[in-house]
Design a protein around this ligand. Structure first.
Ligand code: UT7
Length: 329
């Protein structure tokens, strides 16, 4: 709940994103699997996605996004004492992507770790960083979503291989004093959920402790779709209840970008006007934990998201995991 006494807030100081150079259109995919631009656009809204080049890893994408966010914030790497990377596609089983980015940025103070919540990774990472910053234990966090989902795809499974892309996005959160009301800038609420009973509906069929391989992404798309709208609307209603807000109060709704139909159905159920919905799935595909900071970046850079705006982020993904965070920009 939001108290009305002075307290620390995690305020967004900077934002950055990075997309690999290579763009793969639906027409390109038509040459690789039995699919059509018409089917992909109609069922998902996706028109193109980016794929990392050979040798281009998740930590490299994340580092580019992190450097852009630091430049945007006007900060140096040494100003950061917490790095959290939401990812399910790490360069190595260990060490974490976060410690590799920490080293690449030349940071030796503070702490860096990965957080694995699949497509909900960025929302989970924002909520986790917020707990660190508002407790007073850390001052400035790099929160990164970075993925190379192209490396998990089974090119014999057209029901999944057309859906995903690679990319990274990052924000810098800084602990600043606030008044304890929803007029404060920063993270105003976060609500995270998970239910492991749904494992088989969206998973990777390999892993260190099972097959000793990386494996491929498997999804019962219809089942995931069926749960997605209800789950995300639940955690957004939790955010509204905790902050005394409604869909009318939002300036921008920046959902995880998996499927245009899920985004539209969620917005409609929550009475969020279509012009407030930020959609990038047509250009990025589903980039898992990277999709929200990539979308934030597009909407901030084109002048939509401005300081003081009320922004709702939400995601749902494998596990299942799902969550929302309400942020005053
Ligand atoms: O980020 C984590 C969360 N993930 C999601 O949110 C994904 C949720 N699910 C979805 O987005 C949708 O369920 C999909 C886009 C994956 C699939 O859409 P759908 O409307 O549920 O289609 P479907 O799976 O029911 O398939 C319909 C038809 C099938 O043919 P029949 O059985 O009706 O003859 C499929 O074989 O479409 C066929 N199909 C394809 N056709 C052309 C499936 N994939 C393709 C394809 N190209 N790539």
């Amino acid at each position: 709940m939001t108290s009305e006494s002075p307290r620390l807030r995690s305020v967004v100081r900077g934002l950055g994103a990075y997309l690999p150079e290579r763009t793969v259109t639906n027409a390109d995919l038509e040459k690789m699997v039995e699919t059509s631009d018409e089917w992909i656009v109609q069922r998902t809204g996706i028109r193109e996605r980016h794929f990392a080049a050979d040798g281009e890893t998740t930590s490299m994408l994340g580092e580019r996004a992190a450097r852009a966010a630091l430049a945007d914030a006007g900060l140096e790497p040494g100003d950061i004492d917490l790095i959290i990377v939401g990812t399910s596609t790490p360069d190595y089983t260990f060490p974490s992507v976060a410690t590799q980015i920490q080293a690449a940025l030349g940071i030796t103070a503070g702490v860096a770790f990965d957080l694995q919540a699949v497509c909900s990774g960025f929302v989970f990472a924002v909520a986790t960083a917020d707990k660190f910053l508002t407790s007073g234990s850390h001052k400035r966090a790099l929160v990164i979503g970075a993925e190379t989902f192209s490396r998990l795809l089974d090119w014999n499974d057209r029901t999944t291989c057309v859906l995903f892309g690679d990319g990274a996005g990052a924000i810098v959160l800084e602990a600043q004093p606030g008044g304890g009301t929803i007029a404060d800038r920063g993270v105003l609420s976060s609500h995270l959920r998970s239910d492991g009973r749904h494992r088989a509906k969206l998973y990777v069929d390999g892993g260190v402790s099972t097959t000793r391989t990386v494996g491929h992404l498997r999804m019962e798309g219809k089942e995931v779709f069926r749960h997605a709208v209800g789950m995300v609307t639940d955690v957004i209603k939790d955010a509204f209840a905790a902050t005394g807000t409604s869909g009318d109060d939002l300036d921008w709704f920046v959902p995880h970008q998996a499927n245009r139909r899920i985004i539209d159905a969620s917005a409609e159920k929550l009475n969020i006007a279509p012009q407030k919905v930020v959609t990038t799935v047509h250009r990025h595909g589903n980039t898992s934990a990277a999709s929200i900071p990539l979308a934030l970046s597009v909407a901030r850079d084109d002048g939509r998201i401005k300081p003081g705006d009320l922004v709702m982020i939400e995601a749902m993904g494998g596990g299942f995991t799902w969550g929302s965070a309400l942020i005053r920009w």
